[in-house]
Structures are given as structure tokens and as C-alpha cells.
Design a protein around this ligand. Structure first.
Ligand SMILES: [Zn+2]
Length: 153
């Protein structure tokens, strides 16, 4: 099975950079220098501490997919970046990190969950092997924050 990795929409990243407000919520977004591990949800690369700035804002991980929404804190690069291309499995920056995959079916129904620290592609493929599963959410197991969506390519 080929995995497709889906970052947040480019329009969302641009809107938050231009307005410094959370799209759809209007809550203030916060811009500061990166410190520590901060993955950008648009390019899916780490925002380099001491070298790049981030914007922290409230994002609904189910935007465009269903209700109820699940707003939570995410980062993007403060400056323009390229959206993650999407093919080729779980991005390098997340391999070996504590990740939790949540599997969702029609109507946002939560079907299962798997926590991994290594073996990410295999775990994602196994969850997506269930024909009832439409997509996965990848979250940080330690912070709980939403990272990206995983689909069948
Ligand atoms: Zn970025």
C-alpha cells in the first residue's frame, strides 16, 4: 500500500501568516522564535530553533472532514514554505518519534488507535488495511498535538 501524507492546506497557512489569527476561530495567533522541537504542519519539517520563527495557532484537525471539530495548538513556519509533497510514507522527521495514529471511518467515527515509536509506515498501512478506515490522524504521543493526516495514495 502507498501512503499519502496530507499537511494542512496552503490557504490556511497563508491566512494565519497574513492575519495572525486562527482561521475559522479568530483567536490570536502567536509569532516567536522557534525553541525546541516544533514541526511545521505545512511543510512538515522541523522549524529550526534559533534560526527560524514559528506561528502558533488554533487549528481544527477535522477541518473539511466532519463535526464536531477538534481544535488544538499547531505550528507553521512564520515565513512562506512549500507544502509537503505527500507521497513516500511517514516523513523522516517523525520516524522513531513517539507517534499515535488514530483511525477514522465515515462521519468521523473513531475506529482504532495505535501508538508507535518506529515502524510507522507498517503501523499506518495495517490501520488503513481496514476497509472501513478513511484516514488516520497522526499525533505526538507525548504532547498530544495533531501533526498530519495519512490516507491511501
Ligand atoms: Zn513549514
Amino acid at each position: 500500500m502507498q501512503l499519502k501524507i496530507v499537511p494542512i492546506a496552503t490557504a490556511t497557512a497563508r491566512a494565519v501568516r497574513q492575519t495572525l489569527k486562527a482561521p475559522g476561530y479568530g483567536f490570536p495567533a502567536h509569532r516567536e522564535a522557534a525553541a525546541g522541537r516544533a514541526p511545521c504542519r505545512h511543510c512538515l519539517r522541523l522549524i529550526r530553533p534559533g534560526a527560524e520563527e514559528l506561528i502558533l495557532f488554533t487549528y481544527d484537525a477535522f477541518a473539511g472532514l466532519g463535526v464536531p471539530p477538534l481544535p488544538g495548538p499547531v505550528y507553521v513556519h512564520a515565513e512562506e514554505c512549500q507544502a509537503h509533497a505527500g507521497e513516500g510514507g511517514i516523513p523522516e522527521e517523525y520516524r522513531g518519534q513517539p507517534l499515535t495514529f488514530e483511525a477514522f471511518g465515515d462521519g468521523r467515527q473513531r475506529l482504532s488507535e495505535r501508538s508507535v515509536e518506529g515502524g510507522e509506515d507498517q503501523a499506518a498501512e495495517e490501520l488503513l488495511g481496514d476497509p472501513g478506515v478513511r484516514y488516520l490522524h497522526a499525533r505526538s504521543t507525548t504532547a498530544g498535538c495533531y501533526l498530519f493526516r495519512v490516507e491511501r495514495a
